[in-house]
Design a protein around this ligand. Sequence first.
Ligand code: GLU
Length: 470
Amino acid sequence: MKAKPVSFLESVDLYFNRASKALKLPKGLARQIRTCNAICEMKFGVELRGGYEIFTGWRATHSEHALPAKGGIRYAPFADQQEVEALAALMTYKCSIVNVPYAGSKGALKIDPKQYSLKELEHITRRFAQELDKRGFLGPGLNVPAPDMGTGQRTMSWIADEYQKLHPSDINAQGCVTGKPVHFGGVEGRVEATGRGVQFGLKEFFRTPEDVKKAGLEPGLEGKSIILQGLGNVGYHAAKFLQEEDGAKIIGIIERDGSLLCEDGLNVEAVLQYKQEYGKVEGFPQATFSSNGAALLEYPCDVLIPAAMEGVIHQENAARISCKVLAEAANGPLTFEADQIIQEKGIFIIPDTYLNAGGVTVSYFEWLKNLSHVRFGRMDRRFVEAQNERVIELIEGAIGKTIDPSAKEKLLEGPNEINLVRAGLEDTMREAYHEIKAQEDENEKIHDRRTAAYALAIRKIADIYDSMYL
Ligand code: GLU
């Protein structure tokens, strides 16, 4: 008889156990870190369409070694408590890996947002925000949600506005959620952040000769073939930047209705436009469509980027995966069994706990902006530009020539918000890449990047617990 497949939550716990075994920790501490501290199921009625509808939502605070606890809110018809717990745990490890001083949290509402009008969604979200607030799961110093699957900037604005109404004297109220629109306390670059982080993470991989060699590839992203699953916010931005800025070739895209394949490369922007116009990718010109989308996960390519759901690579299809690098843009795309099979095949995994941490990293920047009540670059931009101008004048005077105007423009530019956010994110992703690698290089019990990433997170959290009096 075949063993029952492990669930998402079990996979996360098994990854954790594999890593904690490689570390020396005080008795019971690993268990304390792994355990979800609090989970609340909320059932609340909303007056809709001439009657009442009952909704079920959850918020889990996985850990409280740092505050606030941070993580997205998902709106999905398949949401359940175990999924929320697994995602909250991933948030704890993710924040620790990229040195973002938060604990992990996650929320979900069991709803198919497509079945409701905007007005209705606003009403439901405001009611959910009230429930979260009432139970201590919302607040700039306590618990700070963000967008996830099925939610976005608008959802976050409603939550922020509801929180502000409930706490009119809280001067930091805007920091109760991140992922808000820029005109409502958001930060430039948050929408693209997770995809941007995937790009920076992959660039760092291709800049690390030892890892590139392990994967059987040549350095540099130029011309590398990529298959992407999921053209949502994360997948779209990652693929777009990798194509337009790094010269990678997106040969395949898997969407809800099927997959597109084109060996010469698909234009990501054009595919998105098509999907938005027709609600599907079938019929996109100059590409081969297949209604069996999942089969394209197995097609040979340099980099496979699952950017949709958890558990898409499992014990049934793992042995047939034929990429060289598996870049986990989604949360938990591989089950524990699949992870073992993929490793045996020698495929290099860049794990989710690192690779998709760009979202929460820029959320952290947004929260800092909210607490400081000032836009990044507001104080120093003109000052730096004036200084740069003086330096250029001196250089021009010394060489007796004027500098080319377009080069001059670039040299003059002072720090603005988008540039600072991107630079801060790039620095975060590059540093964390090497912190994880060092963990693998220095611990003889660790032989893969996921275990190294978990071990790094556990080590850092254990150090915090160690200096606390429980
Ligand atoms: N939902 C995103 C994630 O899974 C972002 C979380 C955040 O920004 O707090 O990482």
